[in-house]
Ligand binder design. Structure first.
Ligand code: PLP
Length: 409
């Protein structure tokens, strides 16, 4: 859809960072504070005017700077700033853009923690949020008020896999002079929201980008001006709230980022295989490559096609009881783990209604189509996906899914 020539995987391929002693990986900065040869340079750094100098690791460390630069390249933004977790990226962005008396328009299907922050936490500072169906651009525009400062959405939403039309949202945001903030956690490389008009792009690095589920992490990608503002020693939300990432961790995430392109291709290939076969079997499944996905065409237009339709699928097993039985049996058969989170080399599954989206009240869950039986699956890097499919089908048979819901099968 976008005319911009930018391939996020090539940007990763072209990164060239050397270590202090000629190492093939950048050296890890093992310091919380940094010396200056001249006091004047320290002052300039305080004021954000001394590029290449480091002040204090809550502000930036060399290791965090390398990872931030790499992610800015991937997301095609001028700059970026990594954080200690996805929420450590999301909350400073919201607090930097919205002040007391302001209003936010947010997608109603977003990660439960973000939802809870907008619904329960920011009202303490007199910031109100209208939650809307993000797939309905008319409703989004109608929700904008004179005091709205941002539109917030996930490219592909957690857990319902609804797609935000980033280009359409960007037109609305620009028309009303508000910022468009996009959480791209579910679809790194597949979408480049900045190319479609997003002002700020966020990731929980905890998921696909790191891929090994051994740390939490986050990043904010945006203009040089916005990232400098976030790090301002006087009023920068990242600097003052302090959700900083540790250098050892950022060095590790940077190494894992190098394999993200091949991992995303494999996650997508496996998820597509399962989605196609299980949907043919009659299982109620949602996956963006399927024509039954309400935004299949938009997704296809927006995506970088080489990375596929992503690693996330949802299955609706109708009741919480059936979903629980299915997941426990899958874990027993070592198909994956009953666990929250996603983007891991093993398949992970959970029922978000009572888990990662439990912050969303039941009535609202029902309104957005989040049933107790909905299972969110993050499909792993399985070498033999045919065996995984066989086990899933066998388990659905064992728990009586086909018997109960598809008399013919
Ligand atoms: N954004 C999305 C889409 C998520 O799924 C999550 C966590 O599940 C987050 C943000 C929060 O990230 P973290 O857990 O790294 O703080």
């Amino acid at each position: 859809m976008s005319k911009i020539k930018h391939n996020p995987a090539k940007e990763i391929q072209n990164l060239q960072f050397f270590g202090e002693f000629g190492g093939v990986n950048p050296s890890i900065s093992d310091s919380a504070t940094y010396t200056f040869l001249k006091a004047k340079t320290m002052l300039d750094t305080f004021e954000g005017n001394a590029d290449g100098c480091y002040l204090y690791s809550r502000h930036t460390s060399p290791s965090n700077h390398y990872l931030s630069m790499a992610l800015a390249k991937m997301e095609n933004t001028e700059s970026a700033n990594v954080a200690g977790s996805g929420m450590g990226a999301i909350t400073p962005v919201i607090l930097q853009l919205a002040h007391a008396g302001d209003h936010i328009v947010s997608s109603r299907t977003i990660y439960g923690g973000t939802y809870a922050f907008l619904k329960n936490w920011v009202p303490k500072f007199n910031i109100e949020t209208s939650f809307v169906d993000i797939t309905d651009l008319e409703k989004v525009e109608a929700a904008i008020q004179p005091n709205t400062t941002m539109i917030y959405a996930e490219t592909l939403s957690n857990p319902l896999l609804e797609l935000a039309d980033v280009e359409g949202l960007s037109k609305i945001a620009k028309k009303h002079g508000v910022k468009l903030v996009i959480d791209n956690t579910f679809t790194p490389l597949i979408f480049t929201p900045a190319n479609l008009g997003a002002d700020i792009v966020i990731h929980s690095l905890t998921k696909f980008i790191n891929g090994t589920n051994d740390t939490v992490g986050g990043v904010i990608c945006g203009s040089h001006e916005f990232i400098t503002d976030l790090k301002s020693v006087n009023d920068g939300s990242s600097m003052l709230l302090g959700p900083v990432m540790d250098s050892l961790r950022s060095a590790q995430v940077l190494k894992n980022l190098r394999t993200l392109p091949i991992r995303m291709i494999q996650h997508s290939k496996n998820a597509q295989y399962l989605a196609e076969h299980l949907s043919k079997d009659g299982v109620k499944i949602k996956y963006p490559s399927l024509k039954s996905h309400p935004q299949h065409e938009l997704y296809t237009k927006m995506m970088h096609p080489e990375f596929g339709y992503g690693g996330m699928i949802t299955l609706d097993l109708k009741t919480g009881k059936m979903a629980t039985e299915f997941m426990e049996r899958l874990q027993d058969k070592n198909v994956g783990y009953l666990a929250v989170s996603l983007g891991f080399y093993k398949t992970l599954f959970n029922a978000p209604g009572k888990g990662t989206s439990s912050e969303v009240p039941e009535a609202e869950q029902a309104a957005m189509g989040l049933s107790d039986g909905l299972i969110r699956m993050s499909i792993g890097l399985d070498f033999d996906i045919t065996d995984t499919y066989r086990k899933m089908k066998e388990t659905l048979n064992e728990i009586g899914y086909f018997e109960t819901y598809l008399q013919h099968n």
